[in-house]
Design a protein around this ligand. Structure first.
Ligand code: GLN
Ligand code: ZN
Length: 757
């Protein structure tokens, strides 16, 4: 039985690719150096997979930046602003598309957006209505040659044309991008003909099959892939769907005129039965039975059972075994984790280990003797299930005892707002989102304390100094509601994870987020709870320095959930509720210690939205509940804020309102307050601070500009409910950008106050 992977992590065991890329961008490493490192990494990764027992080795999953950008470049989809002449795009042009270029002749990068519901971001191809396509870049063919020289059984991988077009955007006027298909296909066909002389398999990724599709899109699959099949004289063609079940696209998928269909049986386990009934005779079935999105050891028995049932119906030669999706979304190698608790580590599998798992499943289903592996797996899974480190009875009891009123503030917003007037804030109160510039000293002091180089007392006195500086500067700027600046936090999720039970941290569990940027999500392995206060002392230190209110600053339960690797042994909603209780405890302690304003950030609320419309209401329901559970323990007089950024808010407006925060600050300036349209349509009931300046830019926003935005906001939000703040936290900015920008912001607020009073 054949095994394969859909793709492998790109960065290398030590993030070698990241380092080399960044050194190339700094002008230190040359192009040859970068090319050599990349080639070595490809060779290593192919070999890794082969050693682990993978039969078909993916070629084309490597990228200098992003695979969708690669596909755009491959087929000549290069926006005019990059002024690329002729057919051959240079490495530097490629990076200009990916990253933009600063300076006078600078050019904006291509838009980046989330790859489905992962934390990976792709560059959005820009199509013109008269877009020409041609085979502009042949590096895939060259990589296939590299792999052939090494004697691998090759499966070339690239995005399929439908996913490519659908996930792109229109460069000029709006038009139906699928109209471009006719022009695009010949370029694909030219490549397929060339590949077909060199590789056994070609894989086209069509993850849009896991989305809601119009019938007009569905019916394109068959003719497109018929054309491809005819062009691929010597190669077999596999179409890959992942990130969800096929649902109502099942028939489209099972009637594809190609050689194999890959499906995600981790998220779409319910598809197996209908797949086996409906699969066309020409198709083999690749079963994605090992989770490519999470770090837990697979249940091998479960995988074997699925593969065996497919084998019974289809016969062994028509079954392939694979992870659910590309392994790009999990860390590289568990063996590199030397500091992880041994027991918890034994529950995990990273990319390398997952390759061994699929081999074992395939062998077991084929009747080979791998009993020892299976027994071992059963033992480990069993001990995880029973482990006292996973199960915390107290948490279970608290959850069971929750009552409806635990999810509700005591009074309505209107009543609370009246009481909160006692806080004495002026009309159009000014504030910031939480973090202030994280200088190199802040970072090094924090890491020094973490690794024992710096004593606690020295660490605290440094942090107190920073907080004091923040408070003084904010007072001088004239802000109304102050923050302590968040210097103690490396990351808004990691910080809380480190202080919760049920969390652990890897030292090398990096996953690519975009380009050279990787993130190391914390891991939730057990019931989450909060052993003791986390932020209370920091906030109260800040409060002791000023007459003005200082906001307590927390990360919300949904965001903590979305940015962690979560348990696979209970529903996400359950884990989220546990986190909500832990946050609630912190909220309660902050209030008890005298904090009057508490902000609970939920920037990831929109991200957690399921891909399928039908599943979204359920998610939104528990996400709202979890936020309210974390926030509702306070008195009416305590003001709860929340914050959201980087997303389109329109489709989740009802949920934003349902959070029932007294105040929400929200990113808005880049769209020149377009978002206010949704507030208008919806008439948002509580207080809002639409960001008046873009914190991603070093530019200092002018007072008049921000005043204009506030006036615009006042058209849809009454003055009593309008706050004034930047788009997001300021940790990536410099003090000499932040201070003048905030001074202008405060002046803008004062100007508009005068106008309306
Ligand atoms: N309070 C956080 C900060 O200011 C919020 C960050 C975010 O929204 N991503 O940094
Ligand atoms: Zn933000």
């Amino acid at each position: 039985m054949l095994t394969h992977t859909l793709g492998y992590p790109r960065m290398g065991s030590n993030r070698e690719l990241k380092r080399k890329l960044e050194s190339y961008w700094r002008g230190e490493a040359g192009a040859d150096d970068l090319a050599l490192t990349s080639r070595k990494l490809r060779e290593l990764h192919w070999d890794d997979q082969k050693q682990a027992g993978v039969d078909l080795i993916p070629v084309g999953d490597f990228s200098y930046y992003d695979h969708m950008l690669d596909n755009a470049v491959r087929f000549g989809v290069i926006p005019g602003r990059y002024n690329v002449e002729g057919n051959k795009i240079s490495l530097d042009d490629y990076f200009r598309m990916a990253r933009g270029e600063a300076g006078e002749n600078g050019v904006a990068a291509m838009e980046m957006t989330k790859w489905f519901d992962t934390n990976y971001h792709y560059l959005v191809p820009e199509f013109k209505s008269d877009q020409k396509f041609f085979l502009a870049d042949t590096s895939l063919l060259e990589q296939v040659d590299e792999a052939a020289l090494l004697g691998h059984r090759i499966k070339a991988v690239l995005p399929g044309p439908l996913t490519f077009l659908l996930l792109g955007k229109c460069a000029d006027q709006e038009f139906d991008r699928l109209d471009l298909l006719e022009n695009l296909l010949p370029a694909y066909v030219e490549l397929i003909e060339k590949l077909s002389a060199k590789c056994e398999w070609i894989q086209f990724d069509e993850p849009i099959l896991a989305l809601d599709l119009d019938e007009s899109v569905r019916k394109l699959f068959n003719p497109v892939y018929r054309t491809f099949k005819e062009a691929a004289l010597n190669s077999k063609i596999l179409v890959a769907s992942y990130f969800g079940g096929l649902g109502d696209n099942l028939e489209t998928a099972t009637s594809l005129p190609v050689d194999a269909l890959h499906v995600d049986l981790v998220r779409g386990s319910q598809d197996l039965e209908p797949l086996l009934v409906n699969l066309a005779d020409n198709l083999s079935l690749s079963l994605g039975v090992v989770d490519g999105r999470n770090i837990w050891r697979a249940d091998l028995d479960k995988g074997v059972a699925a593969v065996k049932s497919a084998k019974t119906v289809l016969g062994e030669e028509r079954v392939l075994v694979a992870p659910s999706c590309s392994l790009l979304h999990v860390p590289f190698d568990l063996e590199l984790e030397t500091k992880l608790d041994v027991e918890i580590k034994s529950w995990m599998a990273f990319a390398r280990q997952k390759c061994v798992e699929i081999r074992t499943i395939a062998d077991a289903a084929a009747g080979k003797d791998v009993e020892a592996f299976l027994v071992d797996n059963r033992g480990i899974l069993g001990s995880r299930k029973k482990s006292p480190r996973v199960n915390n009875l107290q948490v279970a009891r608290r959850l069971a005892e929750l009552k409806p009123e635990d999810y509700q503030r005591k009074s309505t917003y209107t009543k609370r707002a009246e009481i909160q007037r006692g806080l004495g804030f002026p009309l159009l109160p000014t504030t910031t989102i939480g973090s202030f510039p994280q200088t190199p000293e802040v970072r090094s002091t924090r890491s020094g304390f973490k690794n024992g180089r710096i004593e606690r007392a020295d660490y605290e006195s440094f942090m107190h100094g920073y907080i004091e500086d923040c408070i003084r500067r904010q007072e001088e700027i004239g802000l109304d509601v102050l923050v302590h600046g968040e210097p103690e936090r490396n990351d808004m999720v990691e910080y809380f994870g480190e202080n919760f039970d049920g969390y652990c941290f890897t030292s090398n569990g990096w996953v690519q987020s975009y380009g050279s940027r990787c993130v190391k999500p914390p891991v939730i392995f057990g019931d989450v709870s909060r052993p003791g206060p986390i932020t209370v002392d920091w906030i109260n230190y800040a409060r002791s320095l000023s007459e003005r209110e200082v906001k307590g600053m927390l990360t919300g339960p949904v965001t903590i959930l979305c940015w962690s690797f979560v348990r696979d042994d209970q529903p996400r909603s359950e884990t989220c509720r546990q986190i909500a209780l832990a946050v609630r405890d912190e909220v309660a302690d902050l209030e008890k210690s005298g904090v009057k304003v508490i902000q609970i950030d939920e920037p990831a609320l929109r991200e957690g939205l399921p891909l399928r419309k039908a599943e979204q209401p359920e998610y939104l329901k528990w996400a709202e509940e979890c936020f309210r559970l974390s926030a509702s323990c306070v008195e009416d007089a305590t003001q709860i804020h929340t914050h959201m950024c980087y997303c389109e808010f329109d489709e989740i407006m009802d949920s934003i309102a349902a959070l029932d925060a007294d105040v929400i600050s929200i990113e808005a300036s880049r769209s020149r307050m377009e978002l206010l349209g949704s507030f208008n349509r919806f008439s948002y009931p509580n207080e809002v601070g639409p960001g008046v300046y873009d914190i991603h830019s070093p530019a200092i926003p002018a007072e008049d500009d921000m005043a204009l935005l506030l006036e615009k906001a006042l058209e849809v939000i009454p003055a009593e409910r309008l706050w004034v703040n930047p788009d997001c936290g300021l940790k990536t900015r410099k003090w000499d950008e932040v201070v003048p920008a905030l001074k202008n912001m405060v002046q803008a607020a004062k100007k508009v106050r005068r106008e309306i009073q």
